[in-house]
Write a protein that binds this ligand. Structure first.
Ligand code: ARG
Length: 377
């Protein structure tokens, strides 16, 4: 490691010093499990089948990930990379067996940095139960290099059948839009409340405020666990009008103090909007993505809104996928330097520029950007 390691990051916009960029190698269309629905007959993976993503796709994704890492290093940012496991291996705990793991492209899902703490989230897919191991060599090295680092892990979940609603996917996919949204608002989705479950990527860090999206992978117990774990923060549970909520970072993306990018197609609840307005934040509706659902890369389980999944290098500089020119133009119009990064080949491996990274060090201290209370916030 070049620069000395100092774990410190309170938000997603302060000047970036060190980051982890994921890897695509070995990623699997994971074997069936209660929490995951995959059905890609045209692309060789009809429901119930599984296996490695094709070599040419892996190579194309690795090229873009390496290019992104080089771009960041060129700007003086230290970049660390995880160590993939053999994700094709069967794993088991005393309570279940899972035929494959998944991959380690999206570190954002697994690790949450809050100040000098790095927290390993529970995860809620059996195929991702062991994913933290890909990051352990880095976490160990940070722990040794930085005396002040706090290394934490949420309770490892059991993920027995009691953690999942049996038959959820068939039942849910048969519902109409309004009914699905009602279920999302009530967080009556795939996960039960048997145990606390969350992915780190459902947490949006804004200084003293942490916004936790209740989703397909984060339950109310997960939210409560996070709230109790960060007693110095205001921790809010939020939902959006998104039928398939999975990670908050293509829906609600803070850009700098006073400005947050919002996916207009996934309306925030009025009280959340009120909280931002009362505190003089502008909620900017993101330009529509250039991609449509029909021209996403094959085996992609994300939506075109991945366009919004941008990475801030500092409060005036954002990395945006290079073909997303409408968004780039919108952000330039707001005074941002936009750094274009080719990245759509990475999408089938689990996300965009924000998913593919996790902040380890940014300048700045803990600040309160929301001095005024509003409703339940
Ligand atoms: N589920 C989001 C969408 O399709 C993508 C977010 C992915 N984020 C992540 N951290 N893996 O719009």
């Amino acid at each position: 490691m070049n620069n000395p390691v100092r774990v410190n990051s309170w938000n997603s916009w302060d000047p970036l010093r060190r980051i982890i960029v994921g890897r695509a190698a070995g990623t699997m269309v994971q074997a069936p499990e209660p929490a995951v629905f995959r059905d890609w007959p045209q692309d060789g993976f009809p429901r119930g089948t599984y296996g490695p993503l094709p070599d040419d796709m892996v190579a194309a994704a690795e090229e873009q990930l390496d290019g992104f890492a080089a771009l960041l290093r060129g700007r003086g940012i230290a970049v660390d990379r995880p160590e993939p496991l053999d994700f094709s291996r069967r794993t088991e705990t005393p309570e279940w067996t899972q035929d494959t793991m998944f991959g380690c492209m999206p570190p954002r899902d697994v690790l949450l940095t809050v100040g000098s703490e790095i927290l390993e989230s529970t995860m809620s897919y059996r195929s991702r139960w062991f994913e933290y191991l890909c990051y352990r060599p880095l976490l160990e090295s940070y722990f040794h290099a930085d005396e002040a680092m706090r290394w934490e892990a949420a309770p490892k979940p059991r993920l027995t059948d009691a953690s999942f609603h049996a038959g959820f996917w068939d039942e849910f996919e048969a519902l109409g839009f309004d009914e699905q949204i009602q279920r999302v608002r009530a967080n009556d989705l795939c996960l039960t409340e048997a145990e606390p479950l969350f992915d780190a990527a459902d947490v949006c860090r804004m200084g003293k405020d942490l916004f936790v999206q209740l989703s397909l992978v984060t339950n109310r117990g997960g939210y409560r666990w996070i709230r109790q774990h960060f007693p110095e923060h205001r921790v809010h549970a939020v939902t959006f009008d998104n039928t398939h909520p999975l990670h908050i970072d293509a829906t609600w993306v803070p850009l700098r103090p006073g400005l947050v990018l919002h996916c207009g197609e996934r309306a925030a609840d009025p009280e959340m909007l009120g909280y931002f307005k009362t505190n003089d934040w502008e909620v900017l509706e993101a330009a529509a993505p250039r991609r449509t659902r029909d021209d996403l890369p094959k085996l992609c389980f994300c939506s075109p809104w991945l366009a919004m999944n941008i990475l801030s290098l500092d409060p005036n500089t954002v990395c945006v996928e290079e073909s997303e020119r409408d968004l780039a133009e919108q952000l330039s119009g707001r005074g941002f330097e936009v750094v274009p990064v080719p990245f759509w080949n990475v999408a089938p491996f689990g996300g965009g520029l924000h998913c593919a990274t996790v902040d380890i060090e940014r300048d700045g201290e803990l600040q309160d950007y929301f001095p005024h209370r509003y409703g339940r916030f």
